[in-house]
Design a protein around this ligand. Sequence first.
Ligand code: HEM
Length: 384
Amino acid sequence: MSVQSSTLAPFGINPDTGFLPARDPLTRLPAHFQAWDDLGAQLPALLLASQARAAIARMPELEIERLEGEAERERALLLLSTFVSAYVWGVPKPAERIPRPLAVPLCRLAEQMGRKPIIHHAANVLNNWRRLDSARPIRLDNLALLQGFLTSSDEAWFILVTVEVEKAGASAPTELLRAQEAIERNNIAALAKSLERLTAIIGRMEAALRRMYEQCDPYIFYHRVRPFFASWNPPGVIYEGVSERPQMYAGGSAGQSALVQSLDAALSVRHESAASRPFIHEMRAYMPPAHRRFVETLERGPDLRAYVIAHETNAPQLLDRYNACIGALDQFRYLHLKIAVEYISQQAPPGAEGKGTGGTDLRAFLGAVKKETRARRLPSERTP
Ligand code: HEM
């Protein structure tokens, strides 16, 4: 089937790298922005010495108009959104006001890019890696983190494993479009093939996620990594020079990844319960607008599950392939829920159990999302 790069390009997707940028993220900005690059390099030491807030407050106010092209804007948003979360959470008493030299460029840039002025998946994962050897592939054994907070190896691993999951799913967008095209052309064999490939892709995403255990320790994650990814405390923070009204934003979460939401959209997995729908939909506002449009485009496409049901008699193999795919997504979510419980619920002091960085009651939310995935399996005597 003929899904071309030109079909994916308007959605900011590359056939080889998926939702990761087609070109490796920039490691530096032009000279005018040196103060931001320097602050980024110093940030771990400044945080350790409890000096990050003061250093950020002294930042010069630079003009984002001098940023040229998407890659420079992405690097600037990575730095500024890291600074704002470091500013708020860098000392025990969270800040309630963001100083103007950070607030103004951050809010203007985030608005220009259709994003939010807080740490988020697209900045902190999709655009936060470099290859150790540019001749070798984007793979965990060839990746380093560009910008972190305390930058422990556990923190780097947490982000880089998420990059690895995105890379494992890089061909999913192409395959999802192929599946929809196959339905539109009533090509059962092509649809069956796509479902088979998608099952393998989701399996590789699960294998990548499982690698979290290798070098990200749950205790370190909970106490030293996760705090910087938190949502603002209600009623939000004031971005000085932008508005005197507090702005409330959710913290960083891979729930903001368009990859898993695209799989749901095309595989007819719907999250419509009170426990799941609000967060899933809210997270779309944190995706790059082109990625969000991709999820919505898939959602408006043909209903794959209904097509499988309609062809149950003349093409029973489709039902098995569909169930295998849903089974793989269910397995991915089973592992993810297990990780969330081990890395958050089991690390939390009694009474504080269970909130994700995106602010959900994690067992209720992740449990519902998983249940809604499993519920899409179709009854079949031949499916175990
Ligand atoms: C230590 C590792 C991880 C932990 C503790 C964790 C925890 C959580 C929690 C608590 C949520 C609920 C939303 C919130 O309040 O933030 C969530 C959502 C989500 N996370 Fe993770 N997560 C981890 C790694 C990952 C990775 C590597 C991915 C891969 C892309 C991922 C994908 C998702 C997705 C897609 C959601 C939305 C729910 C869904 O669609 O299933 N997470 N995560």
